[in-house]
Design a protein around this ligand. Structure first.
Ligand code: ADP
Ligand code: ASP
Ligand code: MG
Length: 585
């Protein structure tokens, strides 16, 4: 028998085992995983290697038993766990295991997160497989995946339409999702047994989504908890698909649902991880796989409370899932693989000539992320900052390009502006005093009042009348309650004419210039504002964003022109002219 025939035979045997596992498990458990532990050509290790002895610890210590899950499903797809987990189950004493396993670790550990377009169809997933396959020859790899592009939107729509009783539309959405995923599986997986197994697994997940929606249709209600359970279905479909595609190309892999790993609070739609618990679970569940050379393919976007209720970390948050995994495992690097060549000097949809930034600091990147750059979820850097783990942003469709590297200190060209970002959906509130020198007191009371709404003050732009006028920018959604609260706070002052008006512009945009010493002697802020005025773009206010950024406020209709003008004026593409072509003259 030739080597490749033997490998094939081994995989078929393994698949037979997986199939029988899947059929034993039944359809209802949320936190099932599908295992594809085909022999790894690169590692030459098998699931029955000595290291596999660590597997049961991971499997059984951190989730309810299968019997408990099967006999005890909730209508929203979550699993009732026993009232109290034994302490050793919630805290599986991982330290001894961790230390012992660490001693065996030799290769650098890379966490690779692939976004929605990177797993958008079979041909994209093939590129993901190529990248992971190349990486496992020199690194240990943990993969985090998003849902296929557009799938989460569809699921959210299905959830909402269920509450509205739109049964037919919901059925159509699930039918299309099923077809799209099955089409990808058909192209990616050639072994009939493996394909059958993966299609079955995906069908179970889709049926679970349908059941959740049925429940919402019957009760004409969509709770945040239900919405999270439905919207996380996309990642639960893509993870087994990617794991199977890796196995098909002889990369040992296992799909794992992050409900097993990422322990969050119960803030549905924007859950926050408890990092210590998450770290313990990742050590117990993922580290043994890493040491066996098995690539864990983890669902991004989702987590679960300590009680096992599924949550999501917020839209677009798989980036955050990637860095949570990186921090939890103390990875050597996290890479976000996406559809652009790293972080560009501006949103390429607004500024087509924007170019890649080779290196940025944590601070610059998190300013960009928090102030609207879609390429990074706002919380992406939170998990990494404490540990100093570098973050790379690279293009799945051009893997030879370097993309962007984000390090604690960034590049030496720290004094230059690096990039521009813009965000809509903000509101500008102005409180005017009739007294000159009344602004300091008004500002103090305005900030205290807005904080009670609670609304986050995104910016305090300098007014044209700084001695008698206070401006704050909040999100559009918070504008109305903030203004109502301010009117109550200043009711006496308005009666006595010491406050003359409280006005709101409900829709403004914030443009942010991010980069080193933006407010230093070089006068970049002043130059930008002059350039905008020359273009007759009205600036409604401006202010330092943080020590490395400055922001200005414009009408949404001026946003595109403002970004293009500022980009040109600051010649931002020239930042890394040592290595990158200067595209704007
Ligand atoms: P993924 O699905 O891989 O997470 P996203 O769509 O969330 O990808 O983010 C990548 C997109 O972000 C790019 O396609 C681009 O259109 C947009 N984007 C906005 N601002 C920037 C920027 N400064 N640099 C790069 N991409 C940006
Ligand atoms: N699939 C999720 C979303 O679309 C998370 C992500 O892709 O980052 O919001
Ligand atoms: Mg994204």
């Amino acid at each position: 028998m030739t080597d490749s025939m033997r490998e094939r035979a081994e995989r078929v045997e393994l698949q037979r085992k997986i199939n029988s596992d899947v059929s034993k498990e039944g359809a209802s458990a949320y936190s099932q995983d599908s295992a594809f532990t085909a022999r790894s050509a690169e590692h030459g290790q098998r699931a029955d290697s000595p290291l596999a002895a660590t597997e049961p610890l991971a499997r059984h210590a951190i989730r309810p038993s299968r019997t408990a899950r099967a006999s005890n499903p909730r209508p929203d797809g979550t699993v009732r766990v026993p009232e109290s987990y034994p302490a050793h189950i919630l805290h599986p004493q991982p330290h001894v295991v961790r230390d012992q396993l660490r001693r065996n670790a030799k290769k650098p550990l890379r966490v690779m997160k692939f976004g929605g377009t990177s797993v958008g169809d079979a041909s994209c997933i093939q590129k993901v497989v190529d990248i992971v396959r190349a990486a496992v020859s020199h690194s240990d790899v943990v993969v985090v995946v998003s849902a296929m592009s557009g799938v989460t939107n569809k699921l959210v729509e299905a959830a909402k339409q269920s509450a509205a009783g739109n049964r037919q539309l919901v059925a159509t959405i699930f039918k299309q999702l099923r077809q799209r995923h099955e089409a990808a599986a058909d192209t990616l997986i050639h072994s009939p047994e493996m394909r059958h197994s993966i299609v079955l697994k995906m069908a179970q997940v889709i049926e679970e989504g349908e059941r959740l929606c049925q429940h919402a249709i019957q009760h004409q209600e969509l709770t945040p908890r239900m919405c999270d359970a439905v919207s996380g279905i996309g990642e639960r479909l893509s993870a087994p698909l990617v794991a199977a595609a890796l196995a098909e190309r002889d990369v040992a892999s296992q799909a794992i649902e992050a409900t097993e790993l990422v322990v969050t609070d119960s803030c549905h739609g924007a859950a926050e991880p408890f990092m210590e618990l998450t770290r313990e679970r990742c050590e117990a569940r993922l580290r043994p796989l890493v040491l066996q050379g098995v690539v864990a393919v983890v669902t991004g976007f989702i987590g679960a409370t300590v009680e096992g209720v599924p949550t999501t970390l917020g839209r677009n948050s798989s980036d955050y899932s990637g860095t949570i995994m990186g921090a939890a495992l103390d990875a050597d690097e996290v890479t976000l693989w996406t559809d652009v060549d790293g972080i560009l000097t501006a949103d390429p949809r607004l500024v087509p000539e924007a170019s890649s930034i080779l290196e940025m600091s944590y601070r610059e990147a998190s300013d960009l992320a928090e102030l609207g750059a879609k390429v990074l979820h706002p919380k992406t850097l939170h998990a990494l900052m404490q540990r100093g783990i570098p973050l790379a942003i690279r293009n799945t469709f051009a893997p030879d390009l370097p993309g962007t590297k984000i390090t604690p200190a960034g590049s030496s060209s720290g004094a230059e502006p690096k990039a521009l970002t813009a965000t809509n959906n903000a509101a500008l509130i102005t409180v005017r005093s009739s007294k000159v020198l009344g602004a300091a007191d008004i500002l103090r009371r305005t900030l205290a009042t807005v904080a009670t709404v609670p609304a986050e003050v995104r910016l305090i732009p300098q007014s044209s009348f700084p001695q008698s006028e206070v401006c704050v920018v909040v999100s559009s959604a918070a504008a109305e309650p903030a203004v109502e609260a301010l009117r109550r706070e200043f009711v006496q002052d308005m009666a006595h004419d010491s406050v003359s008006s409280i006005t709101v512009n409900p829709s403004v945009a914030i443009v942010t210039v991010v980069g080193g010493e933006i407010l230093g002697e070089r006068g970049l802020a002043a130059r930008t504002l002059d350039a905008l005025r020359r273009e007759k773009l009205l600036v409604l206010g401006s202010a330092p964003g943080s020590h490395s950024s400055f922001c200005f406020v414009v009408a949404p209709c001026d946003l595109n022109a403002a970004v293009v003008t500022a980009h040109r004026e600051l010649q931002i593409s020239a930042v890394d002219s040592r290595v990158l072509p200067r595209t704007i003259t």
